[in-house]
Design a protein. Structure first.
Length: 119
């Protein structure tokens, strides 16, 4: 599948437990623009967490269940886009698309990414 900027995807993340290494599907947001010619088929992503954070930092974007775009995000509960948690992964590692964020919301996320990168 070809993913595009603003897509919310599931990606297997490794984590370590007392029983050893395991993988669990976690959501991530595609921030790379795939409408342009690229040398590689990689996705640039930022992580998304549903862990309750009492205070959202200036490098994070809160997606609340009450937001009018929440349902189209595909997320199950309020979540935080962690714009300081950037990663580049091969597109084939993405499990599937679960939703997308609209362009006006992506502009807000872009501002958080700029802050995170010092731009």
């Amino acid at each position: 599948m070809n993913y595009k900027r603003g897509d919310v995807i599931l990606l297997p993340f490794p984590f370590i437990t007392s029983g050893g290494a395991k993988q669990k599907a976690r959501p991530a947001l595609v921030i790379s623009d795939h409408s342009i010619q690229r040398r590689f088929d990689d996705l640039i992503l930022v992580g998304i967490t549903s862990q309750r954070i009492t205070e959202v930092s200036e490098t994070e974007f809160l997606i609340e269940e009450q937001a009018k775009y929440f349902q189209q995000s595909g997320l199950k509960k309020s979540s935080v886009v962690r714009c300081e948690y950037l990663m580049t992964v091969p597109q084939k590692l993405a499990a599937r698309k679960i939703g997308a964020l609209p362009g006006n919301v992506m502009k807000l996320v872009d501002e958080k990414i700029k802050i995170s990168l010092g731009l």
